[in-house]
Design a protein around this ligand. Structure first.
Ligand code: GTP
Ligand code: SPV
Ligand code: MN
Length: 599
């Protein structure tokens, strides 16, 4: 391919000289290229083609057992000054980090092809979109990027001769000696040889040693959240870890809602939710990331910068997420699920009885009584958004969709009610700042317990969290309060004394969405409480699910327990300490006001 972009060509050459691959391939993004790469991986034993009669166009990969999720303690923000990285980022001096990584990159692609993947985050040509180029020695990354983003020639076209792009380097960190046979999932053997590094001032990402998910598909968390977060701060917009959904009420009125839920807390499920309430319809715009900018009318417009979904497989069933089940029937990549003897995939919680025998995610024989799960808890599907049955026709609208409400929430067994409407923008940002979640399988090596995860961004911060929260507060000053989205704090995960979820969740979450929409339109009833506006008794529609949840249980998860909230305040204060003098004043005022209202 002839590269018009001289800077891009020079950078490719520079990386080639450092990594010393056997050859270079610039991805054109064609279907032929995608198929050819899969064939190469099947022939090399890296991929398994599933039975085309069961799962046409589907493939299975098994990762190395050490390489199954994001590695947060190996994720670095190498800003020039340490204070700009703040308390939640692992800071390393950029020059030292580069020196260390250059040694690792030196010759790291020996025996491999170096793929150059031009990609667009967001529809090509949208004023909100941005371009990146990922250089990777992993053909798995190429085909996943082809699904998750828009890649290839059309992106080079949009980049022109001098367009701006984010430089992303990725290597699995396993050069091959002459004649050495590749393993089925090459990666660096130990966790401390893995690096997920960000150079925010240079808008550059260097990843080494992992081939999995957000560690390797650099358009996703690395670019669209950490680097774009810094760009958004500088340029006055928002890059957020949020799903985007479209909801239509029985009268035909449409609302767009974003939702910040931490990893493993229900974004993909909510984005594709099938309402159990007659007359209501939900369609999907995005399931993980939202980029939002003000339109000329003073409203916030969101795009989904991605083109595919990288969704959690275990637990996905016709019951929990029928749209995802349909979506992954074809043309989907599965990673770390079980392989049945008839060439299909199987996972726990799929609502399909376990077969008598299968090959588990580690490649071993598996039987239902063997005591090990068949699929890894963080097994994922990679599937084009366009084939999601609930995808909204306007999901690629370059102008984005106007957002009416923002949901925030996490996994909390106690204290946090099912839904809580913030009093105003600043109070909503305060609620975002105190969000937390109990530990999940989305990352390796986290301690059990609640961790505060402001706006679900804790693992995805590219700069100081105090400044980030200030950026949210500033955003609220840019428009009239009537035009800003209303912020709602939700929690599907309250548990009873037997450790069982009280709220039925999934499709029934539409009942909470209904109340939110009714609040937006002015007819929903609420009671004022010290923590915010909660649904009035009877305001959450339980019609038809009286057998799943009683009014009494609902009252329990809509209660404000003063003692628990006072404990919560102690823990929030403790957490706020880490922001030091970068804790926005508005937030300490909000905390004081909450404490006053509670006493
Ligand atoms: P990431 O892709 O890691 O960011 O996760 P996500 O936020 O997209 O979460 P996802 O929708 O994949 O759900 C994660 C887990 O939560 C799965 O095991 C789901 O079955 C479960 N889950 C999702 N929604 C609900 C709900 O409403 N109630 C309950 N109890 N579990 C849910
Ligand atoms: C998450 O952990 O939030 C994910 C998976 O969506 S990954 O892309 O690996 O970050
Ligand atoms: Mn998801």
């Amino acid at each position: 391919m002839n590269l018009k972009h001289k800077e891009l060509a020079a950078w490719i050459e520079e990386v080639r000289e450092m990594c010393k691959p056997d050859s270079v391939h610039i991805a054109d993004g064609s279907k032929e290229e995608y198929n050819k790469m899969l064939q190469i991986m099947i022939d090399a034993g890296l991929a398994t083609a599933l039975n085309p009669e069961k799962r046409p166009g589907c493939f299975l990969f098994r990762s190395h057992p050490s390489d199954v999720a994001r590695v947060e303690n190996r994720t670095f923000i190498a800003s020039k000054k340490q204070e700009d990285a703040g308390p939640d980022c692992n800071w390393v001096d950029p020059e030292e980090l580069k020196a260390d990584m250059r040694k690792l990159y030196d010759g790291c692609m020996k025996g491999r092809v170096m793929y150059v993947i031009p990609f667009s985050m967001g529809p090509i040509g949208s004023p909100i979109s941005k371009i990146g180029v990922e250089i990777s020695d992993s053909p798995y990354v190429v085909i996943n990027m082809a699904i998750m983003t828009r890649i290839g020639e059309k992106v080079l076209g949009a980049l022109g001769a001098d367009g701006e792009f984010v430089r992303c380097i990725h290597s699995v960190g396993k050069p091959l000696n002459d004649g050495e046979k590749d393993s089925s999932w090459p990666c660096a053997p130990s966790i401390d040889q893995k690096y997920i590094s960000h150079f925010p001032e240079e808008r550059t990402i260097w990843s080494y040693g992992s081939g999995y998910g957000g560690n390797a598909l650099l358009g996703k968390k690395c670019f669209a959240l950490r680097i774009a977060g810094v760009q958004a701060r500088d340029e006055g917009w928002l890059a957020e870890h949020m799903l985007i959904l479209k909801i239509t009420d029985p009268a035909g009125k449409v609302y767009y809602i974003c939702g910040a839920l931490p990893s493993f807390c229900g974004k993909t499920n909510l984005a594709m939710v099938v309402p159990t309430l007659p007359g209501w319809k939900v369609e999907t715009i995005g399931d993980d990331i939202a980029w939002m900018k003000f339109g000329e009318d003073g409203r916030l417009y969101a795009i989904n910068p991605e083109a595919g979904f990288f969704g959690v497989v275990p637990g996905t069933s016709a019951q929990s997420n029928p749209n995802a089940m349909k979506q992954i029937e074809r043309d989907t990549i599965f990673t770390n699920v079980g392989l049945t003897d008839d060439g299909d995939v199987w996972w726990e919680g799929g609502g399909i009885p376990a077969p008598e025998h299968l090959i588990d995610w580690e490649g071993n024989d598996w039987t239902p009584d063997c005591g090990r799960p068949a699929a890894h808890a963080n097994a994922r599907f990679t599937s084009p958004a366009a084939q999601c049955p609930s995808i909204a026709p306007e999901w690629e609208d370059p102008a984005g969709v106007p957002i009416s409400a923002i949901l925030i929430g996490g996994r909390r067994g106690g204290t946090i009610p099912l839904v809580n409407e913030s009093l105003d923008w600043n109070h909503g940002v305060f609620l975002g700042s105190i969000m937390g979640s109990e530990t999940t399988a989305a990352a390796i090596g986290l301690a059990a317990g609640v961790r505060r995860d402001p706006f679900a961004m804790l693992p995805f911060m590219g700069y100081h969290t105090g400044d980030y929260l200030q950026h949210w507060l500033n955003t609220g000053k840019k428009s009239d309060s009537g035009k800003l989205p209303k912020i709602y704090f939700v929690n599907w995960f309250r548990k009873d004394e037997n450790d069982k979820f009280i709220w039925p969740g999934f499709g029934e979450n539409s009942r909470v969405l209904k109340w939110i929409v009714e609040r937006l339109s002015g007819i929903g009833e609420a009671v004022e409480t010290p923590i915010g506006n909660l649904p009035a008794p009877g305001a959450i529609d339980l019609c038809g699910i009286e057998d799943k949840i009683s009014e009494e249980s609902l009252a329990k998860i809509l209660d404000v327990d003063k003692a628990s909230w006072l404990e919560e305040i102690v823990s929030i204060k403790e957490n706020y300490k880490k922001f030091g003098d970068r804790l926005p004043e508005e937030l300490s005022e909000q905390l004081d006001a909450l404490e006053k209202r509670l006493s």
